[in-house]
Unconditional design. Structure first.
Length: 180
């Protein structure tokens, strides 16, 4: 993940802490954090969606808080901890939130998935046992065009359950208040 900065680089190297690793990137301070993460650090979890911070596809955590990386200049991340989807777990050992989305099959096309997972992760760090309504409120500004909202909501509640010590996909059933 860490790429050396050529000494002849026209842009001064910026030191970032991403997914627990310090890296230096040759980026102009005003460059969108999303572009640095994807293009310089090859972290493809955050997606370019709208470019306006409206859809949530580009969400990362900055010091544990969900942030839209397409509208945040990279200079704002200097000296802070940036966590991307890749920083939550690995393919063989996904983090609890990632595992919950797998368990609940909460993806269709997958484009919104990064934003959904990262937003749920930020919520659970603040509030380990949110109500269904709190999850709905948190995800309100994340767009999913495929209509997997029910599965995403189930995954968010499942993530809270896993983080609280629930085991595997056969844990206690979850009731969704809005479903018949």
């Amino acid at each position: 993940m860490q790429h050396p900065v050529p000494s002849s680089s026209p842009a001064a190297g910026l030191r970032l802490r991403v997914n627990g690793q310090v890296c230096e990137v040759p980026a102009e301070p005003g460059t969108a954090l999303l572009h640095v993460l994807r293009n310089d650090l090859e972290l493809n979890g955050p997606k370019y969606g709208c470019g306006l911070g409206e859809c949530g596809a580009c969400t990362v955590l900055i010091d544990g808080v969900a942030a839209r990386s397409c509208v945040i200049p990279v200079r704002a991340a200097v000296g802070r901890e940036v966590t991307t989807l890749e920083g939550l777990g690995t393919l063989p050992c996904p983090g609890a939130t990632q595992q919950a989305f797998i368990d609940c099959q909460a993806a269709q096309c997958g484009y919104c998935l990064n934003g959904m997972v990262m937003t749920v992760e930020a919520l659970l760090r603040r509030n380990p046992q949110p109500s269904e309504q709190e999850v709905r409120n948190e995800l309100h500004h994340n767009l999913c065009r495929c209509g997997t909202h029910v599965e995403i909501l189930q995954a968010a509640l499942r993530a809270a359950q896993l983080r609280a010590g629930g085991t595997g996909p056969d844990g206690p059933p979850m009731a969704l208040e809005a479903l018949p």
